[in-house]
Design a binder for this molecule. Structure first.
Ligand SMILES: [Zn+2]
Length: 266
């Protein structure tokens, strides 16, 4: 297909319901679908909802090793519709490596391998770290109104504002002085009242060499922002309780399940 301007124009937004957030009809999947619909409406592009049972019914395992395959496989099933697909990449080129448990760690290769004569997958974000992306996106009102981390209809804000994913995102935004702009989607007041809670997780993860936490602490230090002794004590206690590891115990269990499955299949 000719790569003219028309084929490169942003035309569709897709919400892929894999049922991994409590089933296909769960409250969270519905909230995510609604948010995606609103985003497409604001941008003026067509909204597509795709449901796939590949993860829950066919694969039936922890989804880390198969998510890119499911996402790009779904797009390939629509290859008469798309010539180019912008595939959002989490990790920058420098942070990519072959990780058996998390296939998103080598998305640069996934996007190349899944591209066909009809559909080209473009790895968007390979050139920027997560913090670079946060700094860029935080300048846009669109991002301030629609950032969806763990949409929870029962929380005071759009996202729960306390889970690991929300904590990481809120700390990143605060480290660059932009969190206040996100009060429609996060409970910013709760954050400001409980900074030791959020920062103790961040310091623990930094000691565990997690890139996002390390970058957030660096940004705070650039702005000469310091934290109370209580924050460090809480962080140390958490680090000790987790056996001098930063990873969430549930995540470690999931990784063990994946490794067991791989070893059983060999
Ligand atoms: Zn959350």
């Amino acid at each position: 297909m000719a790569q003219d301007d028309e084929t490169r124009k942003l035309s569709h937004g897709i919400f892929l319901n894999m049922g991994i957030y409590g089933g296909y009809d769960s409250e969270m999947e519905k909230c995510l679908e609604k948010n995606s619909q609103e985003i497409c409406k604001d941008v003026g592009i067509e909204f597509l909802l795709i449901k796939t049972n590949t993860c829950l019914d066919l694969y039936r395992g922890a989804h880390g090793p198969v998510v890119p395959s499911i996402m790009m496989g779904t797009i390939l099933s629509l290859q008469k519709l798309f010539a180019n697909y912008l595939y959002s990449v989490d990790f920058c080129a420098e942070e990519q490596f072959f990780d058996v448990v998390h296939a998103a760690r080598y998305d640069w290769l996934n996007t190349l391998c899944f591209s066909t004569q009809n559909v080209r997958f473009w790895p968007i974000g390979l050139e920027a770290t997560r913090m670079d992306k946060v700094k860029f996106l935080a300048n846009y009102e669109f991002s301030q109104n629609h950032t969806a981390v763990c949409i929870n209809s029962k929380a005071n804000s759009m996202n729960c504002s306390t889970c690991a994913k929300c904590t990481e995102t809120m700390v990143e935004l605060d480290s660059v002085g932009k969190l206040e702009l996100y009060d429609k989607v996060f409970d910013v007041k709760h954050y400001k009242k409980n900074i030791p809670y959020y920062m103790s997780y961040t310091f623990m993860k930094k000691w565990g060499k997690e890139e996002a936490a390390t970058d957030s602490v660096r940004e705070y230090r650039k702005r000469k922002i310091h934290f109370s002794l209580k924050t460090y004590v809480w962080a140390f206690c958490k680090y000790v309780r987790r056996g001098f590891r930063a990873a969430n115990p549930n995540r470690i269990k999931v990784e063990e399940i994946i490794w067991n499955e791989i070893e059983n299949k060999q």
